[in-house]
Design a protein around this ligand. Structure first.
Ligand SMILES: *Cc1c(COP(=O)(O)O)cnc(C)c1O
Length: 229
């Protein structure tokens, strides 16, 4: 049986190989383990194998896991990576360390106001919609800088970079183009905000392409925890 420990090691190996191929330092690429729909016991198994960063997609599910694990695993870094409705922003502001899917100024303001005074500012990434699909969330590339300027003025938030979920496709060319466009946007953002350091892109099926195009954080779910029901 393949264990979470084995699969975590395999994911790290894929990251190292992909980095080597494009002459990047594997240490510059963070592995976020996406634990949505998986029980706390599997998070603990990954933790015991050395994993410290976990991503959750659903607000209430994430909140209950954080509450369950906080006392015994205080050094887990929790990333919210799902869509967020403004009426649930408080839960993210009060429990998570990172929020990857920011695409509205109104939610940015709420998160900043709701961030508890005793906590470090919430690290945020702007979600970019690079795919042609109307239904995808995220801001259009031309709205990146205005939203970044709004975030920069909020004391409860710390702008860290960009995140995207490109078109789910077997078309390698299209995948490559979308990741390349994101890298270009990331560089543009860095010219305005030099401290920005995170390009959150790449998942179980496309992490190699994402790393070749400059990803600094890959979000890996099924390759670590197995397929979701
Ligand atoms: C589920 C999810 C992932 C992980 O996807 P896998 O294909 O299981 O690796 C990454 N990012 C986001 C935003 C997700 O919703």
């Amino acid at each position: 049986m393949t264990t979470i420990t084995d699969r975590l090691a395999q994911a790290q190996h894929r990251i190292a190989l992909a980095a080597q191929k494009c002459a990047r330092d594997p240490a510059d690429i963070t592995l976020l383990a996406v634990s949505k729909t998986k029980p706390p016991a599997q998070i603990i198994a990954a933790y015991e194998a050395g994993q410290r960063r976990f991503g959750e997609n659903y607000v209430q599910e994430g909140e209950s896991k954080i509450i369950a694990l906080k006392a015994n695993y205080p050094d887990i870094e929790w990333h919210f990576i799902g869509p967020l409705q403004s009426n649930k922003s408080r839960i993210v502001a009060e429990h998570f360390d990172w929020m990857h899917t920011l695409s509205r100024e109104k939610i940015a303001q709420r998160l900043s106001e709701q961030r508890p005074a005793g906590m470090a500012p919430l690290n945020v990434c702007i979600q970019i919609n690079v795919s042609q699909e109307e239904s995808k969330s995220g801001v259009a590339p031309e709205h990146m800088l205005p939203l970044a300027a709004a975030i920069a003025g909020l004391s409860g938030l710390c702008l860290r970079g960009l995140m995207a979920i490109p078109t789910a496709t077997y078309d390698h060319e299209l995948q490559h183009r979308e990741f390349a466009q994101l890298q270009q946007l990331f560089r543009q953002l860095q010219t305005h905000y030099p401290e920005v350091d995170t390009l959150s892109m790449g998942m179980s099926n496309d992490l190699e392409t994402a790393i070749a195009q400059g990803s600094t954080l890959v979000r890996i779910g099924s390759a670590i925890f197995g397929e979701r029901d």
